[in-house]
Ligand binder design. Sequence first.
Ligand code: DX5
Ligand code: ZN
Length: 220
Amino acid sequence: MKETNRLISPSLLSADFGHLANEIEDINNSQAQYLHIDIMDGVFVPNISFGFPVLKYVAKLSTKPLDVHLMIVEPDKFVNEVKALGAEFMNVHYEACTHLHRSFQRIHDAGMKTGVTLNPHTPVELLEDIIDEANLVLLMSVNPGFGGQKFIENTYSKVERLRNMIDRHNSHTLIEVDGGVTPDNAGKLYKIGADILVAGSSVFNTPNRQEAINNILNAK
Ligand code: DX5
Ligand code: ZN
């Protein structure tokens, strides 16, 4: 298998919210391709992050396209709000969408790219009949809700099985991995077929964000 282009999407969840403009500026000045935005509702996940009144300003400040990860029930209700941010990807959880195909249609109709996110226990095989409609699949490598958790090892097998499915379908779906990504696991994830790695604490909990981003992008 030919290795994919290595991409990174730093997660704003681990940023210093007291200095949000500076934190976003650091990412603007880095090699990162996207900015990952984690929206939580306290229902789908046991935590609440930030909402649209804050994100309106984040969207204005970021020069990187937004990769929006909705950890909420009934994500379809917010298609217009996510579109208003100018988001490139709207990622909805498989476990939160009874009619995922309909959710994808709404996201596409709003002019955004579709993403479906799988919790660690949800098998990638469930995507066989929708993979062609997904611009991106986001594999959770921690239980969603918090930054700074330990990477779950079964993610490697999920990346491999999903890569295989996408290649069999001749589809252009991107594979993104989210949670516990560090320079220690990033190299292997890229090599086995991940396209985009989300990194929160391993980028924002370091003084030099650009170096931290490059350490993931160039990981062995
Ligand atoms: C967790 C979020 C992640 C989180 C990752 O629910 O979806 O995007 O910010 O943080 P780290 O990289 O610290 O695991
Ligand atoms: Zn996320």
